[in-house]
Ligand binder design. Structure first.
Ligand SMILES: *Cc1c(COP(=O)(O)O)cnc(C)c1O
Length: 396
């Protein structure tokens, strides 16, 4: 089996499994209990908090543990909107290529009286700082732009956007789920007020994450109840998952530089192999993208059958297009980049990880070439189109 869907989720790192196992066996108490079992769990929790703060370069009080990227995004966005509403500021700037964990809460805010500006990326999938600058108004209460897109891997100029927002005094949220543990992701360097991270994208468990909240930034809790996380996120802490996430993040960050260099070479080899297939296009900027992301569309090929045929051959891939209600929905990211729907339904996203090697890349290129040829040979539309072109060429 060749797993090339690391952007969807990564297999658990051994160190994370060990850390979780250890906590579930030996530190299973409720960290809020004052007896010894509780104290043991609390010690694990506070140790994790310090280690993550060291990685982020922030204070241990500057982030809260959550159930993952989605909760972190929702908390940050709804909280910033609440602060805006109180100040009479109801304008939000975001990008059309955000993850649904950002787009859906903003859609809800739009229904509740907020004015949301969704910026389009350029053809390479990048949001420009100038576009953010032009969109900001007197009543803007939030800017939200992701560090890297989850479909194309394109890196966004969040450092510049952060600087701009700081200068204008506007809260800036960034969904950093795709860069945390993969590329340097330091809140102080980005200049953001809030930053969302999910554990399962770097080898931690699903259902764990955290939200960085700059000291002094207002935070309205999403979940109400007990006084956990200094009253900012109620609910008994998932100490085992937090310990697993911390171990996985430390290991990822430790290996980050070398791994980024290694994956960049493999990524470019994979992209070159796939682009040698006739009538294929690379989606997103060729270089300003995550070291582990290749996203290609093949004319005349739909994403879903492509993924299923690759799966039969033991290759796990993904498509930006999703089948909803029986119809293939083109990817909102590729559509926003200006891709025609016939290409936006046919994207293949391959995301590499620690287990990926050159042999896996070469086998994948072979398999994709075969599968694309097969799907095209079965498509009457594609055949007609090719014959039309041939006839056209002969006539001229
Ligand atoms: C996976 C992902 C999320 C959601 O994180 P969960 O922990 O699965 O809720 C949010 N944003 C981006 C960019 C992602 O890739």
């Amino acid at each position: 089996m060749i797993y090339l869907d690391y952007a969807a989720t990564a297999p658990m790192r051994e160190c994370a499994l060990d850390a979780m196992n250890d906590v579930m066996r030996h530190a299973w108490g409720n960290p809020s209990s004052i007896h010894e079992e509780g104290a043991r769990a609390k010690a694990v929790l506070e140790d994790a908090r310090e280690r993550i703060a060291a990685i982020l370069g922030c204070r241990p009080s500057e982030f809260l543990f959550t159930s993952g990227g989605t909760e972190s995004d929702s908390t940050a966005l709804l909280s910033a909107a609440e602060a805006g509403r109180r100040a009479g500021h109801r304008h939000i700037v975001t990008s059309a290529i955000e993850h649904h964990a950002v787009l859906r809460p903003l859609e809800k805010l739009a229904k509740n009286g907020f004015d949301v500006t969704e910026l389009r990326p350029d053809g390479d999938g990048m949001i420009s700082t100038e576009a953010v600058r032009d969109a900001i108004r007197q009543d803007t209460c939030l800017v939200s732009v992701m560090t890297a897109n989850n479909e194309t891997g394109v890196l966004q100029p969040v450092g510049e956007i952060g600087e701009l927002c700081r200068a204008r005094g506007i809260p800036f949220h960034t969904d950093a789920v795709q860069t945390a543990g993969h590329l340097p992701t330091l809140p102080a360097e980005i200049g953001c007020d809030t930053l969302a991270v999910s554990a399962h994208k770097f080898g931690g468990p699903r259902g764990a994450g955290f939200l960085y909240v700059r000291r002094g930034a207002p935070l309205t809790p999403l979940l109400l109840g007990g006084n956990q996380e200094r009253g900012r996120r109620a609910g008994t802490e998932n100490v085992a998952a937090i310990a697993g996430m911390t171990a996985a993040l430390e290991e990822s960050v430790h290996a980050m530089q070398g791994e980024a260099e290694r994956l960049t070479v493999l990524r470019d080899r994979l992209a070159a192999g796939l682009l040698a297939i006739p009538r294929s296009v690379l989606n997103g900027h060729p270089a300003k993208r995550l070291p582990n992301n290749v996203n290609v569309s093949f004319e005349g090929v739909e994403g879903e059958p492509l993924i299923l045929l690759l799966d039969e051959r033991g290759i796990r891939a993904s498509s930006g297009a999703a089948c909803s209600a029986g119809a293939l929905e083109p990817s909102h990211v590729l559509t926003a980049m200006g891709q025609p729907p016939e290409l936006a339904v046919g994207s293949l996203r391959l995301t590499l990880g620690p287990d990926t090697d050159e042999a896996a890349v070469d086998l994948t290129v072979e398999a994709v070439r075969d599968v694309v040829r097969r799907l095209r040979s079965q498509s009457p539309d594609w055949q007609a189109k090719c014959e039309g072109k041939k006839a056209f060429l002969i006539e001229n």
